[in-house]
Design a protein around this ligand. Structure first.
Ligand SMILES: Cc1ncc(COP(=O)(O)O)c(C=O)c1O
Length: 419
């Protein structure tokens, strides 16, 4: 692993997807409903909620039912369902009692939903560099970034691949810091005979349109800790202790309630999760084995003990510019993206220019912050190189033999022609 600096790219807003050429062979379209598994179960569940007339979680029983079902599925004591994965992470950090100026260590290659909740608590995101082979947070870089202000570590199980949790848990235990796992891309993602989301204090999940299961938008936080769960429920509902029959607001908190309609769809989706993961494993396994290390690109490598659940297939271009590879696949009609992010998340306009609370530049420019963090190019050199070299092959559980064979053939052709 090398840490030499990467030059700041001249253009950080590269178009990620060029449409297929007009004469490109068409990717054989598979299945239904944009790669998700929807059926009569979801429609029936929605019909029942509509007929009940109870659409709000406090009027009906379905959100509670889903929370119990998901907690049981994950073998955890509590689940709090909220309106998105972003909300689940906000609720998780809020329930931990993160204070303004506290630091949370996370990944530079992730969705903004990982990072925005840290800032919404006026806390400071700190970015650990990634491992170039696993594309995941490097435990050594996590430890190097721990300061006396660190209040949580948030590993991101990117693309359905688990982080090196043995090493991260050992670091957290050594420093007495809680872990919030971002499992938004990682349902049923195995690590040493368990799933991520079962391994630490809190796991957070997303139900947005693109995830293994979905209800359009939604999210869950799971924990075994009674106090965290109680605070999480309050944090997701304006700080209102409804269950005590009191109309008071105990602390500043958003409203992240989810409707009975969303929960009805999520509840109908949950029994399908095992088959979704099984089929994604089969499809991904065939593609990865069909085009192994071929010299011009390298797949994301799992950590020891990993059993990925494959949200996306991520690869890194070797020898040739990533855009040549991405363009080749896209022009072939393969569902691919020329990169996952156009820059590490800390170079997004919001973070690079601190577009946070009005013009304040908070939390970084708050008077109390003695040595503010900055997010210049060069902060995480390996992640910056990865962002520039990474391309994405999208898969879904509805692919059949035809789609798998098409992708393998296109990857092989790319390897032969661009070698
Ligand atoms: C790793 C990760 N974290 C958090 C989120 C936020 O989830 P949501 O879009 O449901 O808010 C996402 C969403 O894509 C994600 O991929």
């Amino acid at each position: 692993m090398t840490d030499q600096k990467v030059a700041e790219p001249k253009e950080t807003r590269l178009p990620r997807t060029n449409g297929p050429a007009s004469d490109a062979p068409a990717f054989p379209r598979a299945g239904t409903a944009a790669g998700r598994r929807f059926g009569p179960e979801e429609l029936e569940a929605l019909r029942q909620v509509m007929e009940s007339g109870a659409l709000n979680r406090n009027a009906g029983a379905i959100v509670h039912k889903f929370e119990r079902a998901f907690a049981t599925y994950y073998g955890r004591k509590h689940c709090v369902m909220v309106s998105s994965g972003t909300a689940a992470i906000h609720v998780a950090l809020g329930s931990l009692g993160i204070n303004p100026g506290d630091e949370v260590i996370t990944s530079p290659i992730t969705d903004m939903g990982t990072v925005a909740p840290i800032l919404l608590l006026n806390a400071i995101p700190v970015f650990a560099d990634l491992d170039e082979r696993t594309f995941l947070m490097d435990p050594a870089s996590i430890e190097a970034n721990i300061t006396k202000r660190t209040r949580a570590i948030m590993p991101v199980h990117l693309a359905g691949y688990p982080c090196d949790m043995a090493a991260i848990k050992a670091i957290a235990a050594r420093h007495g810091i809680p872990i919030v796992e971002d499992c938004c891309q990682a349902y049923c993602c195995g690590y040493q005979s368990r799933w991520v989301g079962q391994l630490t204090e809190i796991g957070c999940f997303s139900l947005n349109q693109h995830k293994h299961i979905t209800c359009g938008d939604g999210g869950m936080m799971v924990t075994d800790d009674d106090a965290l769960a109680t605070r999480a429920k309050l944090f997701a509902d304006k700080g209102w202790p409804r269950e005590q029959g009191i109309r008071d607001y105990l602390f500043l908190a958003p409203n992240y309630r989810v409707t009975e309609l969303q929960a009805a769809v999520a509840l109908a989706q949950l029994p399908k999760l095992a088959s979704v993961v099984r089929d994604r494993r089969r499809i991904a396994g065939r593609i990865l084995a069909g085009v192994d290390s071929c010299g011009i690109f390298e797949w994301m490598q799992p950590v020891p003990g990993a059993q990925p659940s494959y949200w996306l297939l991520l690869a890194r271009a070797l020898r040739r510019p990533r855009d040549e590879l991405g363009r080749f696949l896209i022009q072939r009609g393969v569902p691919a993206m020329n990169g996952y992010l156009s820059a590490p998340i800390y170079r997004s306009t919001m973070l690079a220019h601190m577009k946070t609370f009005g013009d304040s530049g908070w939390p970084h420019r708050a008077a109390e912050i003695q040595s503010p963090r900055t997010y210049e190019w060069g902060l995480c050199p390996r992640a910056e190189r990865l962002v520039a070299e990474m391309f994405v092959v999208q898969i879904n559980e509805n692919y059949g033999d035809e789609q798998v064979a098409y992708i393998i053939a296109a990857l092989k052709d790319m390897a032969a022609r661009l070698a």
